[in-house]
Design a protein around this ligand. Structure first.
Ligand SMILES: Cc1cc2nc3c(=O)[nH]c(=O)nc-3n(C[C@H](O)[C@H](O)[C@H](O)COP(=O)(O)OP(=O)(O)OC[C@H]3O[C@@H](n4cnc5c(N)ncnc54)[C@H](O)[C@@H]3O)c2cc1C
Length: 398
């Protein structure tokens, strides 16, 4: 692979340049715990029970995994971490991460919160994207019904109309301010509805410049074809396709549901097939960059190097505004900081929200760091390496 020589994800001095020793040691301890699969399993279970019983575990969560992966409980709390990232040329994607409610009042509250982030992003150029999940402003149950072509009750119909209005308000506010908005991808049994609404918004607002971005989960067997089809439609309808590429976060639930309900597993047969389609999709986006803007959401080093190689071969400069690399806060700083240091466009999702409401997100992060071969030990190993480098440097000074 023709990797640009100036960037190495092994350079821990750049990767952790923003982290003082005390913070790095705490990260080392936390990633060390996450390394243990059984401990994470037990911890996730106990956490859910403790929250149900209203035991006072919030301070413990706040000082540990919440501090590691989130910006704070309210948007204002994120300011310090966002400023910190911007010092190193990294943008922040403020992510109000409240999930899983079925309440109209909560949906309105989330929509208002997102509109607040849009206003903030307008005045703070370090926020290159706004992001949200449709399930934050819509009922999952109603979306699943719509996707299955089941008839909605009059009340459900009203609720869905409100969702469409919230979506339109958010996308229109972004359009007015020329801000890009990423619509996160969710489970396959509601994603069809997310897609439909997102493409409606794209056709309205992406005519002159890409504003609305859909997310493509390449762990799905049908996703490469969905992507190329979406591009064909965007091209023939004269609007830009906003693309966020990810591998996909809900593999276990997707497989469990498919088995339970007796339909074909929508997920690729193995990791290699997901990796192949992810890279194929990167190639497709770069080859069609005249009509696409790309946000590459991954912690996978090989795919990141591959995108850099595709850019280099296509004479696309690292800071070309049509391509961004994105990682989640608290993960893969070796990729984010080294890319930004080499002049690439990089941003990190910074989730925020009340501690109890971001628990599903936190559990996904800890399980992901445990479940995926290599990832936690990779983070853990890099932090260990940097602590050793700093200790050796301190020794030299003595
Ligand atoms: C900025 C950003 C935004 C994101 N937004 C979303 C989003 O909107 N929706 C969403 O679903 N996820 C989202 N994710 C999470 C993402 O989908 C992945 O779960 C996560 O990033 C891990 O994949 P990876 O590419 O980083 O790395 P890797 O560690 O290389 O890949 C792990 C991924 O490979 C796939 N995989 C693993 N084992 C197998 C197997 N046996 N068979 C088939 N596939 C397998 C799974 O998708 C798994 O998550 C986001 C991630 C980032 C960094």
């Amino acid at each position: 692979m023709n990797v640009p020589q100036s960037v190495s994800f092994e350079d821990t001095s750049i990767a952790f340049s923003s982290k003082p020793d005390k913070v790095l040691k705490k990260m080392y301890w936390l990633f060390g715990i996450m390394n243990h699969k059984q401990l994470v399993k037990l911890g996730s279970y106990l956490l859910k029970v403790a929250l149900k019983l209203k035991l006072p575990v919030k301070p413990l969560i706040k000082q540990t995994i919440f501090e590691l992966f989130c910006g704070g409980e309210i948007v204002y709390d994120c300011r310090q971490k966002s400023l910190e990232l911007s010092k190193y040329g990294i943008g922040t994607i403020l992510d109000y991460s409240v999930e899983g409610t079925e309440d109209e009042g909560d949906f309105d509250h989330t929509a208002t919160e997102i509109l607040g982030v849009i206003e903030k992003a307008e005045i703070e150029p370090r926020n290159p994207y706004v992001v949200f999940k449709l399930s934050g402003i819509a009922s999952n149950r109603i979306m699943a019904k719509l996707q299955s072509n089941l008839e909605l009750s009059p009340q459900e119909e009203l609720s869905w109309q409100r969702t469409c209005q919230r979506m339109e308000n958010i996308c229109s506010a972004c359009h007015q301010r020329k801000l890009r908005v990423l619509i996160d991808a969710e489970e396959s049994w509601t994603q069809g509805v997310v897609d439909q609404l997102t493409y409606e918004m794209m056709s309205k607002f992406n005519g002159d410049t890409p504003i609305v971005f859909n997310t493509y989960q390449m762990y799905r067997k049908d996703m490469y074809q969905n992507l190329t089809h979406a591009f064909d439609i965007a091209h023939s309808s004269s609007y830009y396709l906003g693309v966020k590429l990810v591998r996909g976060a809900y593999m276990e639930t997707e497989r469990e549901r498919a088995e339970e309900m007796g339909y074909e597993d929508p997920i690729q047969p193995d990791k290699q097939a997901t990796d192949d389609d992810f890279n194929k999709a990167l190639k497709f986006c770069v080859e069609n960059i005249e009509g696409i803007e790309l946000c590459c959401g991954t912690h996978n080093e090989a795919s990141t190097y591959y995108l850099m190689e595709l850019m280099s071969n296509g004479n696309i400069t690292p800071n070309d505004p049509r391509i961004y690399f994105a990682q989640l806060y608290g993960m893969s700083d070796n990729i984010s900081f080294n890319l930004a240091n080499a002049g690439y466009n990089v941003a990190k999702y910074l989730p925020y929200g009340p501690v109890e409401d971001v628990i599903p997100y936190l559990i996904r992060r800890t399980e992901e760091n445990t479940a995926i071969a290599g990832q936690t030990s990779r983070e853990y190993g890099l932090i260990k390496k940097e602590l050793a480098r700093r200790a050796a440097q301190a020794q030299k000074k003595i």
